[in-house]
Design a protein around this ligand. Structure first.
Ligand code: AMP
Length: 372
C-alpha cells in the first residue's frame, strides 16, 4: 500500500511517500517558508508526478489537536472534520493548516482514504491528576484541561527504546525528551503516557525556539494593567517572540546561541542555562511522578544534535541514577535510525539518542487503520 503523508504546518509542509507494510520511503520533500498552505498542498501532485509517485492508495495527515474526542487515528469524513474544526480554538496555529491540507487532498485524490493521526492521541491515557488544572469547574467543562502534544514522536521513542533495550515497553519507565523548535518531555510509565509538559495548548512546559513554556498566568493581567497589552498580544509574544530567541537576542537557532556562548556572550549563556534547567526540572519531576526511571531519551533538532545541551540538562541528575559518559555523548553523530547509548557503565538509567520518525509513524498508523 502506497501512503502519502502530509504534515501541514503554519510555515512549512512536509511530504513523504512510504510503501507499507515494508516501511520503505519512496519520496520525501519539505516546503519551507510557504506563502499559503493551500498553494503548497496544491503543488503536491505535480511534485509526486515528477518522482513517479503520483499513484497513492491512502493519505495520512498529521493533526495537532484532537481535543477529548480522538484516542486514536481515524478515517476522515464530514463528521470527523467538524470535530477537528471544533478544536481550532485550542490549536489556532496548528489545526487550520492541517484542515486546509485535508480539504485539498480530498479534492486532489477523490475516493482515496484520508486518515487523521493526532498529536494528542498518545496522551489520552493520562490520569486525571495530570490532565486537570485547578480552575473553576465551568472552565474545565468548557475544555480547559491538559492534552499534551508530540504524541506520535513520544510513542515512537518508546518503541525505539524498547527495541534498543530488547525489552517490552511494559517493563520500563521512560522519560522522553523531544527537543526541537517545539519541545516537550513525556513520562511514559510501562508503555503509557502518564504526564507530559505541554498542556491545553502547545505553549506550556519547556523553553522552546520562540515559545516561553511555563510562565505565571498572572503575567497576562500584569502586562494588561501596566503596559495596556491585550491577552491576544501577550499570547502572540509568548508564542512568537519568547523562548531561546528572546533570551539570546540572536534568534531561535541553538547552533548560533552555542557559538555566542562559547565567546562568553552573557545572554547566550543565560538562554542555555534557562533551557537546560527547565528541562532538568521536568525530568526530575517525572522521575518522581513515576516513582523511578529506567531510560531517558533525546530526539528532535536539539535533542539529536546538541551534545552541549544534553550534557547541561543531565548535570545534577546523577542523584536519579542518570550518569552521562561525556565522550560517548560528544561522539553522537546520527546517520540513520540508530539509537546510541550515552550513559556510563555504572549509570542505573540508560540514556539514548535517536532520530524521531513522525512521518513514518503516520504512515504506519494509516496502514494499520486501513488494514483493520
Ligand atoms: P526541529 O524542530 O526538530 O527541526 O529542530 C530545529 C532546531 O534544532 C533548530 O532551530 C536548532 O535550534 C536545533 N538544532 C539543529 N541542529 C543543531 C545542532 N547541530 N546543534 C544545536 N542545535 C541544533
Amino acid at each position: 500500500m502506497r501512503i502519502l503523508v502530509i504534515n501541514a504546518g503554519s510555515s512549512s509542509v512536509k511530504l513523504s511517500v512510504f510503501d507499507m507494510p515494508s516501511g520503505e520511503q519512496r519520496f520525501e520533500h519539505e516546503m519551507e517558508k510557504i506563502a499559503s498552505v493551500e498553494e503548497a498542498v496544491a503543488a503536491i501532485p505535480a511534485l509526486l508526478r515528477e518522482k513517479n509517485a503520483a499513484q497513492v492508495d491512502a493519505v495520512g495527515h498529521r493533526v495537532a489537536h484532537g481535543g477529548m474526542k480522538f484516542r486514536d487515528a481515524v478515517t476522515l469524513n464530514a463528521e470527523v472534520m467538524a470535530d477537528i474544526k471544533d478544536c481550532v480554538p485550542l490549536a489556532p496555529l496548528h489545526n487550520p493548516p492541517a484542515i486546509a491540507g485535508i480539504a485539498i487532498a480530498a479534492e486532489t485524490w477523490p475516493g482515496v482514504p484520508q486518515i487523521a493521526v493526532f498529536d494528542t492521541a498518545f496522551h489520552q491515557a493520562m490520569p486525571a491528576r495530570a490532565t486537570t488544572y485547578a480552575v473553576p469547574e465551568r472552565w474545565r467543562d468548557a475544555g480547559v484541561r491538559r492534552y499534551g502534544f508530540h504524541g506520535t514522536s513520544h510513542q515512537y521513542m518508546m518503541e525505539r527504546v524498547a527495541a534498543e533495550l530488547a525489552m517490552p515497553a511494559s517493563q520500563f519507565r521512560l522519560i522522553s525528551c523531544h527537543l526541537g523548535n517545539g519541545a516537550s518531555v513525556c513520562a511514559i510509565n510501562r508503555g503509557v503516557s502518564v504526564d507530559t509538559s505541554m498542556g491545553m495548548t502547545a505553549l506550556e512546559g519547556l523553553v522552546m525556539g520562540t515559545r516561553s513554556g511555563d510562565v505565571d498566568p498572572g503575567v497576562f493581567a500584569y502586562l494588561n494593567r501596566t503596559q495596556a497589552l491585550s491577552p491576544a498580544e501577550v499570547e502572540d509574544a509568548l508564542y512568537h517572540r519568547s523562548g531561546l530567541a528572546a533570551l539570546s537576542g540572536i534568534g531561535n537557532d541553538l547552533r548560533d546561541i552555542e557559538r555566542r556562548a562559547a565567546q562568553k556572550d552573557a545572554r547566550a549563556e543565560l538562554a542555555i542555562d534557562v533551557y537546560a534547567y527547565r528541562a532538568r526540572k521536568y525530568i526530575g519531576a517525572y522521575a518522581a511522578a513515576m516513582g523511578g526511571v529506567e531510560a531517558l531519551s533525546f530526539t528532535a533538532g536539539i535533542g539529536e544534535n546538541s551534545a552541549l545541551m544534553r550534557r547541561r540538562i543531565c548535570e545534577g541528575l546523577e542523584c536519579l541514577g542518570i550518569v552521562l559518559d561525556h565522550d560517548a555523548n560528544a561522539a553522537v553523530k546520527l546517520e540513520g535510525f540508530e539509537a546510541p547509548q550515552i550513559q556510563t557503565a555504572d549509570s542505573r538509567v540508560k540514556v539514548l539518542v535517536t532520530r524521531t520518525r513522525e512521518q513514518w509513524m503516520i504512515a504506519r498508523e494509516t496502514h494499520r487503520l486501513l488494514s483493520g
